[in-house]
Ligand binder design. Structure first.
Ligand SMILES: Cc1ncc(C[n+]2csc(CCOP(=O)(O)OP(=O)(O)O)c2C)c(N)n1
Ligand SMILES: [Mg+2]
Length: 256
């Protein structure tokens, strides 16, 4: 949502379930969306995004728009039937859509080797006849190049791409204190942290002379202030009014 240019304040307010949130506080943390910036929604159902993206891609072509739909999902989601149906249909109809699998090697507390035997998630796309690309998901520029290629291909009628970004998740699936399930060694987390994409990109830009440490620190400070302000506003905000319970629920009713 933020990458699409959405408002930090509206997003945080939505996570807090506030009326000032981007979905009026009714989407919450799992169903945050902002159609005004083309962000069709996060989804609490693992693997539900790809079929939605395929529908959006079909709509874009049907309406003669040059927009490209992008679905982001995890390694765990890649086993869902919905993802395979979406990938197959997207390829059969040569739709303008990009499937981005953020392979962080875990689905909740399950290591990938316990839920999938292929070495690369990208191998799954072979069954759909789809072009697949594997990128280092910790390398900002590599991801950018792969994404631009895939979007360009989709936009010019070349059909979908499956991008597997190899990455990692530092935190646990849920942040409940006291819930310490020993499913991975701390040393593994520490190893991946050394390759943090934000730190690495910052270092690269500084080494190349495209950024100074001072400017980097100032950007960091700016973001901290914006987040702190959004959290303060959201904490003080009101939940949606009970009389609003049924508004924005059914599109057809809203239009009548
Ligand atoms: C259909 C469905 N099954 C199970 C869950 C519970 N669940 C939530 S997240 C998750 C794991 C998702 O793993 P992955 O796709 O790898 O995404 P990640 O969180 O690692 O990015 C599961 C099983 C769910 N939300 N929806
Ligand atoms: Mg995962």
């Amino acid at each position: 949502m933020l990458a699409k240019g959405g408002s930090v304040a509206a997003m945080i307010a939505e996570l807090f379930g506030r009326a000032s949130g981007s979905c009026g506080g009714k989407g919450g943390s799992m169903h945050v969306s902002d159609p005004s910036i083309g962000m069709l929604g996060a989804n609490g159902i693992v693997g539900a995004g790809p079929p939605i993206a395929v529908g959006a891609a079909f709509a874009n072509r049907y309406l003669g728009s040059d927009r490209v739909a992008v679905a982001f999902f995890g390694d765990g989601a890649s086993n869902q039937g919905s993802v395979h149906e979406a990938g197959n249909l997207a390829q059969v109809w040569n739709l303008p859509v990009v499937f981005v699998c953020e392979n962080n090697e875990y689905a909740e507390f399950t290591p990938r080797a316990h839920h999938q035997t292929v070495e690369n998630v990208a191998a799954l796309a072979q069954a759909w006849g789809m072009r697949a690309e594997i990128v280092d998901g910790m390398d900002v520029e590599a991801v950018g190049v792969a994404a631009l290629d895939a979007v360009e291909q989709a936009r010019s009628g070349g059909g979908p791409t499956f991008i597997e970004a190899k990455t990692y998740r530092y935190f646990d699936h849920v942040g409940l204190k006291g819930l310490r399930i020993p499913y991975r060694p701390d040393s593994e987390v520490e190893e991946w942290r050394k390759r943090d994409p934000i730190d690495a990109f910052e270092r690269q830009l500084i080494d190349r002379g495209d950024l100074t440490s001072e400017v980097a620190a100032a950007i960091g400070k700016e973001i901290e202030v914006e987040l702190a302000e959004a959290i303060r506003e959201a904490s003080a905000g009101d939940p949606p009014d009970p009389t609003e319970l049924l508004t924005d629920v059914y599109t057809i009713d809203a239009e009548r």
